[in-house]
Write a protein that binds this ligand. Structure first.
Ligand SMILES: Nc1ncnc2c1ncn2[C@@H]1O[C@H](COP(=O)(O)OP(=O)(O)OP(=O)(O)O)[C@@H](O)[C@H]1O
Length: 270
């Protein structure tokens, strides 16, 4: 027997091994039914970096994130987590990989009948064997990390929008994720609360070494905290820029990226 099939399989199932790369999207095409949202995407995310998925409304940013957190299977291409080809691994292993991810959606869906502390405790109760006393201690730690230690016994309805985000963030941090995904972290927040959330994201990255992937079109956040990113185009339905927002602003010759980064309107765009 020759080793050919195995080596082919190995090539298909491994990313080009670079220990600094934690996530890698390779020739990925995404869509719903017959509709293609984005095609042939290629980008890599470094461990401990803050990476942004950028682009105008409706270009497919959330769809790309959905695929990376295991909610939407790509139509083509691969998504690697370390050296694992995520969508080619068996479901059980995929679930295990996903548990290394924390996710904070635009509107953190906190259970309204549970207190903030009980909401944060849920993932620990579901996925660990930690004792109730130790869960309570861990929950207090996570809430302290996001500056909400005083809110442990409050109900979600008693929180402001910014506090709800931070409570959602504490829950996303419950299992000490390697990667945190944020969908529009600043959406609906005033500029000061939004800046506080940016600082918190930076603190988490710097203090815990967590890799952060965020979907955003908030320029102040993009310029102040993001290290690297991909810019998606709604017209050609693929990426038209790779790099830090500041770099793209200064160096991109693409008129769509320039207009976006400089908040200008394109001539034929209302
Ligand atoms: N479940 C779905 N079924 C069919 N089409 C969908 C679905 N979810 C999103 N889409 C479509 O995919 C395209 C991209 O949507 P997506 O929400 O990913 O864009 P986005 O860049 O995140 O937008 P925004 O910045 O406005 O949130 C849109 O045309 C949207 O209507």
């Amino acid at each position: 027997m020759t080793a050919v099939p195995n080596s082919l399989q190995a090539a298909e199932n491994s990313s080009h091994k670079d220990p600094d790369i934690i996530l890698k999207v390779q020739n990925m095409t995404l869509g719903f039914g017959s509709k293609i949202v984005q095609h042939d995407l290629n980008f890599s995310i470094k461990k401990g970096s803050i990476f942004a998925i950028m682009g105008p409304s409706g270009c497919g940013k959330s769809t790309v994130m959905k695929s990376m957190i295991g909610l939407l299977q790509p139509k083509a291409g691969a998504f690697f987590v370390g050296d694992k080809n995520f969508w080619k691994t068996p479901l059980q292993e995929r679930d295990k990989i996903s548990r290394r991810f924390g996710v904070l959606f635009q509107n953190p869906a906190l259970w309204s009948s549970l207190t903030v502390g009980e909401n944060v405790a849920l993932p620990l109760q579901m996925f660990t064997k930690i004792s109730p006393q130790n869960i309570r201690k861990l929950v207090a730690l996570k809430l302290a990390l996001v500056g909400l230690d005083y809110a442990i016994d409050l109900y979600p309805s008693e929180l402001s929008g910014g506090m709800r985000k931070r409570a959602g963030l504490a829950r996303a941090l419950a299992l000490d994720p390697d990667v945190l995904f944020f969908d529009e972290p600043s959406a609906g927040l005033d500029p000061i609360t939004s800046k506080r959330l940016d600082d918190l994201i930076l603190n988490i990255r710097d203090g815990l070494g967590t890799t952060i992937v965020m979907v955003s079109h908030e320029l102040p956040s993009l310029f102040s905290i993001v290290d690297d990113g991909v810019f998606l185009d709604a017209e050609t339905k693929t990426s038209i820029g790779l790099g830090a927002p500041e770099y793209l602003k200064e160096h991109s010759t693409n008129p769509i990226i320039s207009a976006f980064m400089n908040r200008e309107r394109l001539e034929n765009n209302e």
